[in-house]
Design a protein around this ligand. Sequence first.
Ligand code: S3P
Length: 429
Amino acid sequence: MDEVKIKPNAVGLRGRLALPGDKSISHRVAFFGALSSEGITAENFSSGADCKSTLRCLELSGCKVERTGGSIRVSKGVNAGEIKAPLDAGNSGTTARLLCGLLASAPGVFAVITGDESLCKRPMGRIVSPLRSLGARIDGPGGGAYLPLSIRGNCLSGGAFELPIASAQVKTALMIAGLNAHGSVTVVEPAKSRDHSERLLQHLGVPIRQENNRITVYPCSDLPGCMLRVPGDFSSAAFWITAALIIPGSDIVLEDVGINPTRVGFLECLKKMGASIEVEEKEPSGGEPVGNIRVRHSELEAVEVGEDVIPTMIDELPLLALLATQAHGVTRVTHAKELRVKESDRIRAITQGLKNLGADIEELDDGWVITGPTSLRGGCVESFKDHRIAMTFSVAALAAREEVVVKDAQCVSISYPEFFKHLSVLSGG
Ligand code: S3P
């Protein structure tokens, strides 16, 4: 599937859908499982290519990965010695960064971590430099700024860090290193990023200390194990939330979705815009809150999105830009410069694609100014091989008045291989 053609003028989305397991939580299940002899067993583990990259890299590092029926079990441990094959994190920033934390703190290991073309351009200095100050030995291009990185695992000391930007990947990599280190590791973030790692450790009964945006982990040579069900991925649900809001006649229910408050800033923002959204809380799973989300088509008003909420909706900002093209008034998104170093430069990709479809969108260094509502026309849009960009434009296409062609749409499999199947279920096609 090089490109996909989406039929325009979709009629209302209807029905109920259970989402595949959350990508961020699945990565953490695998990495914390890799630190536990008992192991972590998970149902509804993410089906995406990114989490497959994590499992493959962990297996190559000597961890045990067992697949039985619908569940995955990951258990200890990293083999000391040279890992001969390069560990290919594919397109996954989370895999590459968390592996750095795991391997740099495993004495006797030698490994090379690499990735695809996009990942090799993404910044790694943000993880290499704090790990080095704990004593990690990591080398790579630009003084360790980019993949491929070679890592010689070693006994790390404890330490404390103030991160210049909120990043759950950096925080988690340092927490993993801290569990293996000789002293405690403290991470302070300028704003709270997603807290799945903290919740999973607490669910396992591992002592950690949390005060606002400051978190401390202590050495723990063998984590307890557990069994859990990974909640549905809120970031995947967000595509259908957006589609239902902008397509008249829509009324859908998304079942068993993770509704962790550090992930659902998008919902809060949509409520401010006047969206009809109801959340019914269900039983938590693995320390994570879960709920059913009902969404109906709504008239939307513009909104201002700034610094404090950006980390809680970072992966949903492309969708917010699309929604803003259908909302009344001027929407401003600022302080979102991190979007420039995701799987693609998402600020540029969204500006270019939505402009092609006739939207009134201005690119800022750190966001957009979007005036709506505008009726979207057909055309051809580049996904830049970025899964979230391909899915955002596929949803835009449903609301367009002519056919839209989305280039390189196969990349949806990075996080959501079932995306086009689910699109046809909800749109009755
Ligand atoms: C993720 C954290 C976020 C997010 C990414 C997944 C994670 O990135 O954008 O898709 O699983 O920890 P940052 O760590 O850069 O905030």
